[in-house]
Ligand binder design. Structure first.
Ligand code: 13P
Length: 250
């Protein structure tokens, strides 16, 4: 099984109603992309974004969900609520949430199961810090996060894994292509060991300072099936360039 290709945008805590014009422009510029395209806006924009681009090829996702379906959890959003608003995917365990909200591999694993219960695809994020890389611990760290954050039952249809080195996020710094290949090949082997043929089909995204100008070379790396894009997903022209690079990739 080969993994499907996915260009995913993470708007993080950016975007007001006026910014929906960007995603509308993106949908118009890419009416039938040859790869899957997803935008994950802040939760307030999920429903209006779905309305604005209804009938387009662009899917909409959330950026986090709670591990339970409903209850006394002020300020949280459940996977069912994301799905009800029109989301089909949810980003889980992003390094900003692991830092800002003390999320652990165990909590990400529970959230992944919650996402599946609501028929959402879970995009599970992992990645090492600069200190961990400098100490030569990258594969140990990402291997541990992968094992701990993914529940049993991952399939090519219900899970995406995003490798995002913490030091490459929003910094303009990108690992070398050899460094990306080393991690992605390692993650693919681990996914196949644990999930067999399904593990071969789980899309592996790279994330961290992806731009139209570096997307072609990143998408040429072995076992890179797409990207999780922050800053460059906010503008239709930039994200469109990344989509086109992924369409060109073998
Ligand atoms: P940047 O593309 O802004 O570096 O962010 C990457 C990221 O964190 C996507 O989830």
């Amino acid at each position: 099984m080969t993994a499907r290709k996915l260009a995913a945008g993470n708007w993080k805590m950016n975007g007001l109603a006026a910014d929906l014009a960007e995603v509308e422009a993106l949908a118009k510029a890419h009416p039938s992309p040859a790869v899957d395209v997803l935008i994950c806006p802040p939760a307030t924009l999920i429903a209006p974004m779905c309305t604005r681009i209804a009938g387009s090829a662009i899917a909409v996702g959330g950026q986090d969900c709670h591990a339970v379906e409903k209850g006394a959890h002020t300020g949280d959003i459940s996977a069912q609520m994301l799905a009800d608003a029109g989301a089909t995917n949810v980003i889980l365990g992003h390094s900003e949430r692991r830092t800002d909200h003390y999320e652990t591999d165990a909590s990400v694993r529970l959230k992944t199961q919650a996402a599946w219960s609501a028929d959402l695809v879970a995009i599970v994020c992992i990645g090492e810090t600069l200190g961990e890389r400098e100490d030569g611990e990258t594969l140990d760290i990402v291997g541990g996060q992968l094992a701990g954050s993914l529940p049993d039952g991952c399939t090519a249809a219900n899970t995406v894994v995003a490798y995002e080195p913490v030091w490459a996020i929003g910094t303009g710094k990108v690992p070398t292509l050899d460094q990306i290949a080393e991690v992605h090949d390692f993650l693919r082997a681990r996914l196949e060991e644990r999930f067999g043929a399904e593990g071969a089909g789980i899309p592996l995204l790279y994330g961290g300072s992806v731009k139209p100008s570096n997307a072609d070379e990143i998408f040429g790396v072995s076992n890179v099936d797409g990207a999780l894009v922050g800053g460059a997903s906010l503008k239709a022209a930039d994200f469109g360039g990344i989509i086109e690079a992924l369409e060109r990739a073998e």
